[in-house]
Design a binder for this molecule. Structure first.
Ligand code: SF4
Ligand code: MG
Length: 269
Protein backbone atom coordinates (compact mmCIF):
# COMPACT_ATOMS: atom_id res chain seq x y z
CA UNK A 1 0.00 0.00 0.00
CA UNK A 2 1.39 3.44 -0.88
CA UNK A 3 1.84 6.10 1.83
CA UNK A 4 -1.32 8.04 0.89
CA UNK A 5 -3.43 4.88 0.95
CA UNK A 6 -1.85 3.98 4.32
CA UNK A 7 -3.00 7.34 5.66
CA UNK A 8 -6.57 7.43 4.33
CA UNK A 9 -7.81 3.90 3.52
CA UNK A 10 -10.00 2.16 6.08
CA UNK A 11 -8.22 -1.19 6.18
CA UNK A 12 -11.03 -2.90 8.05
CA UNK A 13 -13.30 -2.26 5.02
CA UNK A 14 -10.99 -4.04 2.56
CA UNK A 15 -10.96 -5.81 0.17
CA UNK A 16 -12.45 -3.38 -2.35
CA UNK A 17 -15.64 -4.51 -4.02
CA UNK A 18 -14.24 -3.42 -7.40
CA UNK A 19 -13.44 -6.08 -10.01
CA UNK A 20 -9.83 -6.38 -11.24
CA UNK A 21 -9.34 -3.74 -13.93
CA UNK A 22 -12.22 -1.51 -12.79
CA UNK A 23 -11.49 2.19 -13.22
CA UNK A 24 -13.08 3.21 -9.92
CA UNK A 25 -10.01 2.32 -7.84
CA UNK A 26 -7.99 4.79 -9.93
CA UNK A 27 -10.54 7.50 -9.10
CA UNK A 28 -10.29 6.73 -5.37
CA UNK A 29 -6.50 6.96 -5.60
CA UNK A 30 -6.67 10.27 -7.45
CA UNK A 31 -9.16 11.70 -4.96
CA UNK A 32 -6.91 10.78 -2.02
CA UNK A 33 -3.87 12.35 -3.69
CA UNK A 34 -5.84 15.58 -4.06
CA UNK A 35 -7.17 15.51 -0.47
CA UNK A 36 -3.65 14.98 0.80
CA UNK A 37 -2.32 17.82 -1.34
CA UNK A 38 -5.06 20.19 -0.15
CA UNK A 39 -4.56 19.10 3.45
CA UNK A 40 -8.28 18.54 4.08
CA UNK A 41 -8.83 17.06 7.55
CA UNK A 42 -11.26 14.35 8.57
CA UNK A 43 -13.63 16.78 10.34
CA UNK A 44 -13.67 19.18 7.37
CA UNK A 45 -15.31 16.91 4.80
CA UNK A 46 -18.33 14.65 4.38
CA UNK A 47 -18.64 12.06 1.61
CA UNK A 48 -21.99 10.97 0.21
CA UNK A 49 -22.99 8.24 -2.24
CA UNK A 50 -26.00 6.38 -3.55
CA UNK A 51 -26.03 2.82 -4.84
CA UNK A 52 -23.82 1.14 -7.43
CA UNK A 53 -20.21 0.01 -7.73
CA UNK A 54 -18.80 3.56 -7.69
CA UNK A 55 -20.99 4.44 -4.70
CA UNK A 56 -18.89 2.10 -2.58
CA UNK A 57 -15.88 4.41 -2.98
CA UNK A 58 -16.39 6.58 0.15
CA UNK A 59 -16.83 3.53 2.35
CA UNK A 60 -13.10 2.78 2.05
CA UNK A 61 -11.89 6.22 3.11
CA UNK A 62 -11.37 7.60 6.61
CA UNK A 63 -13.97 10.35 6.33
CA UNK A 64 -17.55 10.56 7.55
CA UNK A 65 -19.70 8.96 4.89
CA UNK A 66 -23.38 8.66 4.04
CA UNK A 67 -23.96 5.60 1.82
CA UNK A 68 -27.59 6.20 0.95
CA UNK A 69 -30.32 5.08 -1.46
CA UNK A 70 -30.16 4.60 -5.20
CA UNK A 71 -30.24 8.00 -6.90
CA UNK A 72 -30.68 9.95 -3.65
CA UNK A 73 -27.08 10.90 -2.88
CA UNK A 74 -27.52 14.50 -4.00
CA UNK A 75 -30.63 15.04 -1.90
CA UNK A 76 -28.75 13.76 1.16
CA UNK A 77 -25.69 15.82 0.26
CA UNK A 78 -27.80 18.97 0.03
CA UNK A 79 -29.17 18.25 3.49
CA UNK A 80 -25.68 17.66 4.86
CA UNK A 81 -24.47 20.93 3.37
CA UNK A 82 -27.50 22.87 4.65
CA UNK A 83 -26.67 22.00 8.26
CA UNK A 84 -22.87 22.05 7.82
CA UNK A 85 -22.25 24.92 5.40
CA UNK A 86 -18.55 25.02 6.28
CA UNK A 87 -17.95 21.36 5.42
CA UNK A 88 -16.64 20.23 2.04
CA UNK A 89 -19.22 17.85 0.62
CA UNK A 90 -18.23 15.37 -2.08
CA UNK A 91 -20.62 12.98 -3.82
CA UNK A 92 -19.43 9.78 -5.50
CA UNK A 93 -21.88 8.46 -8.04
CA UNK A 94 -22.23 6.34 -11.14
CA UNK A 95 -23.84 7.37 -14.40
CA UNK A 96 -26.98 5.35 -13.69
CA UNK A 97 -27.28 6.54 -10.09
CA UNK A 98 -26.57 10.17 -10.94
CA UNK A 99 -28.25 10.76 -14.32
CA UNK A 100 -30.85 7.97 -14.29
CA UNK A 101 -32.75 7.48 -11.05
CA UNK A 102 -31.08 10.55 -9.52
CA UNK A 103 -31.53 12.76 -12.57
CA UNK A 104 -34.10 15.06 -11.03
CA UNK A 105 -31.96 15.64 -7.92
CA UNK A 106 -29.03 16.34 -10.23
CA UNK A 107 -30.67 19.09 -12.24
CA UNK A 108 -32.07 20.77 -9.14
CA UNK A 109 -28.78 20.66 -7.20
CA UNK A 110 -27.10 22.19 -10.26
CA UNK A 111 -29.84 24.82 -10.56
CA UNK A 112 -29.41 25.82 -6.91
CA UNK A 113 -25.63 25.99 -7.28
CA UNK A 114 -25.11 24.22 -3.96
CA UNK A 115 -21.44 24.27 -2.98
CA UNK A 116 -20.45 20.63 -3.41
CA UNK A 117 -18.42 18.42 -5.70
CA UNK A 118 -19.92 15.54 -7.64
CA UNK A 119 -17.62 12.89 -9.09
CA UNK A 120 -19.66 10.87 -11.57
CA UNK A 121 -17.87 7.72 -12.68
CA UNK A 122 -19.28 7.02 -16.08
CA UNK A 123 -18.96 3.59 -17.63
CA UNK A 124 -21.84 3.58 -20.17
CA UNK A 125 -23.83 0.95 -18.26
CA UNK A 126 -25.42 -0.20 -14.98
CA UNK A 127 -22.42 -2.25 -13.83
CA UNK A 128 -23.40 -3.67 -10.46
CA UNK A 129 -26.82 -4.92 -11.54
CA UNK A 130 -25.44 -6.83 -14.49
CA UNK A 131 -25.46 -4.63 -17.59
CA UNK A 132 -28.68 -2.72 -18.18
CA UNK A 133 -28.84 0.30 -20.49
CA UNK A 134 -27.86 3.53 -18.68
CA UNK A 135 -28.55 7.17 -19.63
CA UNK A 136 -24.99 7.29 -21.00
CA UNK A 137 -25.12 4.08 -23.08
CA UNK A 138 -24.09 4.89 -26.67
CA UNK A 139 -26.71 4.77 -29.42
CA UNK A 140 -26.84 1.30 -30.95
CA UNK A 141 -24.89 -0.39 -28.12
CA UNK A 142 -26.03 -3.82 -26.99
CA UNK A 143 -26.78 -4.27 -23.30
CA UNK A 144 -28.89 -6.73 -21.32
CA UNK A 145 -31.91 -4.45 -21.83
CA UNK A 146 -31.12 -3.42 -25.42
CA UNK A 147 -30.09 -6.72 -27.00
CA UNK A 148 -30.82 -5.43 -30.52
CA UNK A 149 -28.97 -2.16 -29.95
CA UNK A 150 -29.84 0.93 -27.89
CA UNK A 151 -32.54 2.89 -29.70
CA UNK A 152 -32.03 5.94 -27.43
CA UNK A 153 -29.29 8.53 -27.70
CA UNK A 154 -27.26 9.13 -24.51
CA UNK A 155 -27.37 12.32 -22.47
CA UNK A 156 -24.77 14.93 -23.26
CA UNK A 157 -23.83 15.35 -19.59
CA UNK A 158 -21.96 18.58 -20.20
CA UNK A 159 -24.99 20.26 -21.77
CA UNK A 160 -27.37 18.75 -19.22
CA UNK A 161 -25.46 19.79 -16.12
CA UNK A 162 -24.27 23.21 -17.25
CA UNK A 163 -27.68 23.89 -18.81
CA UNK A 164 -29.26 23.16 -15.43
CA UNK A 165 -27.01 25.73 -13.74
CA UNK A 166 -23.80 24.06 -12.51
CA UNK A 167 -20.89 26.47 -12.25
CA UNK A 168 -18.00 24.02 -12.78
CA UNK A 169 -17.76 21.16 -15.24
CA UNK A 170 -14.72 19.01 -15.96
CA UNK A 171 -14.33 15.80 -17.93
CA UNK A 172 -11.52 13.39 -17.07
CA UNK A 173 -10.51 9.81 -17.76
CA UNK A 174 -8.75 7.28 -15.57
CA UNK A 175 -6.34 6.76 -18.46
CA UNK A 176 -5.06 10.32 -17.82
CA UNK A 177 -4.37 10.58 -14.06
CA UNK A 178 -2.65 13.99 -14.14
CA UNK A 179 -5.71 15.58 -15.76
CA UNK A 180 -7.96 13.59 -13.43
CA UNK A 181 -6.19 14.96 -10.34
CA UNK A 182 -6.45 18.49 -11.73
CA UNK A 183 -10.18 18.14 -12.50
CA UNK A 184 -10.89 16.92 -8.96
CA UNK A 185 -8.64 19.48 -7.29
CA UNK A 186 -10.16 22.45 -9.11
CA UNK A 187 -13.64 21.04 -8.55
CA UNK A 188 -13.07 20.88 -4.80
CA UNK A 189 -11.57 24.37 -4.75
CA UNK A 190 -14.50 25.82 -6.71
CA UNK A 191 -17.24 27.53 -4.69
CA UNK A 192 -20.52 26.27 -6.15
CA UNK A 193 -21.86 23.12 -7.79
CA UNK A 194 -18.88 21.31 -9.33
CA UNK A 195 -19.41 18.34 -11.58
CA UNK A 196 -16.64 16.01 -12.71
CA UNK A 197 -17.48 13.38 -15.28
CA UNK A 198 -14.86 10.64 -15.13
CA UNK A 199 -14.61 8.02 -17.86
CA UNK A 200 -14.02 4.90 -15.80
CA UNK A 201 -13.93 1.57 -17.65
CA UNK A 202 -16.05 -1.34 -16.44
CA UNK A 203 -14.33 -4.38 -17.98
CA UNK A 204 -16.72 -6.85 -16.35
CA UNK A 205 -20.09 -5.60 -17.52
CA UNK A 206 -19.56 -2.94 -20.21
CA UNK A 207 -16.50 -4.79 -21.50
CA UNK A 208 -18.51 -7.93 -22.10
CA UNK A 209 -21.92 -6.54 -23.08
CA UNK A 210 -21.13 -3.43 -25.09
CA UNK A 211 -17.61 -3.79 -26.38
CA UNK A 212 -16.71 -7.49 -26.46
CA UNK A 213 -13.22 -6.80 -25.15
CA UNK A 214 -11.31 -9.88 -24.09
CA UNK A 215 -9.16 -8.20 -21.41
CA UNK A 216 -9.19 -5.01 -19.31
CA UNK A 217 -5.93 -3.97 -21.02
CA UNK A 218 -7.67 -4.05 -24.41
CA UNK A 219 -10.40 -1.83 -22.98
CA UNK A 220 -7.95 0.70 -21.53
CA UNK A 221 -6.15 0.92 -24.90
CA UNK A 222 -9.50 1.69 -26.55
CA UNK A 223 -10.35 4.39 -23.99
CA UNK A 224 -6.97 5.99 -24.50
CA UNK A 225 -7.62 6.23 -28.23
CA UNK A 226 -11.05 7.83 -27.72
CA UNK A 227 -9.94 10.82 -25.66
CA UNK A 228 -7.94 13.97 -26.27
CA UNK A 229 -6.70 16.55 -23.75
CA UNK A 230 -8.32 19.90 -24.59
CA UNK A 231 -6.35 23.10 -25.00
CA UNK A 232 -7.33 26.07 -22.77
CA UNK A 233 -10.63 27.55 -23.98
CA UNK A 234 -11.70 24.45 -25.94
CA UNK A 235 -14.84 22.54 -24.97
CA UNK A 236 -14.58 19.99 -27.78
CA UNK A 237 -11.68 18.18 -29.37
CA UNK A 238 -11.26 19.40 -32.97
CA UNK A 239 -10.89 15.83 -34.26
CA UNK A 240 -14.15 14.58 -32.70
CA UNK A 241 -12.56 12.61 -29.87
CA UNK A 242 -13.91 12.98 -26.31
CA UNK A 243 -12.36 16.12 -24.85
CA UNK A 244 -10.76 16.04 -21.40
CA UNK A 245 -10.29 19.17 -19.33
CA UNK A 246 -12.06 21.88 -17.36
CA UNK A 247 -14.82 22.79 -19.76
CA UNK A 248 -16.75 25.40 -17.82
CA UNK A 249 -16.30 27.69 -14.81
CA UNK A 250 -18.65 30.43 -13.60
CA UNK A 251 -17.48 32.30 -10.51
CA UNK A 252 -20.29 34.88 -10.57
CA UNK A 253 -23.48 32.94 -9.83
CA UNK A 254 -24.66 33.11 -6.20
CA UNK A 255 -24.15 29.98 -4.13
CA UNK A 256 -27.28 28.72 -2.32
CA UNK A 257 -25.95 28.45 1.28
CA UNK A 258 -24.51 31.98 1.10
CA UNK A 259 -27.81 33.41 -0.10
CA UNK A 260 -29.73 31.52 2.57
CA UNK A 261 -27.45 32.71 5.35
CA UNK A 262 -27.87 36.33 4.19
CA UNK A 263 -31.63 35.87 4.28
CA UNK A 264 -31.43 34.40 7.79
CA UNK A 265 -29.64 37.54 8.96
CA UNK A 266 -32.33 39.73 7.38
CA UNK A 267 -35.06 37.65 9.03
CA UNK A 268 -33.42 38.11 12.47
CA UNK A 269 -33.68 41.93 12.25
FE1 SF4 B 1 -16.22 -1.95 -11.80
FE2 SF4 B 1 -17.88 -2.96 -13.61
FE3 SF4 B 1 -16.89 -4.54 -11.71
FE4 SF4 B 1 -18.69 -2.66 -11.11
S1 SF4 B 1 -19.03 -4.46 -12.44
S2 SF4 B 1 -16.78 -3.11 -9.97
S3 SF4 B 1 -18.13 -1.00 -12.52
S4 SF4 B 1 -15.71 -3.54 -13.34
MG1 MG C 1 -22.60 2.96 -14.63
Amino acid sequence: MNSIAEKYIRKEALPFIFCPGCGHGIVVNSFLRVIDKLGIKENEMGLVSGIGCSSWSPVYMKFDCLHTLHGRALAQAEGLKAVNPDKKVVVFSGDGDCAGIGGNHLIHAAKRNVDMTVIMMSNYIYGMTGGQRAPTTPYGATTKTSPLGNEEHPFDMYKLVTGAGATYYARASVTHPIQLDKAIEEGIRHKGFSFIEVLSPCPTTAGRNIFNFKTPAEMYDWYEEQVAVLKPGETEAPDGRIGLGILYVDNKKEELCDVQSEKKEVAKK
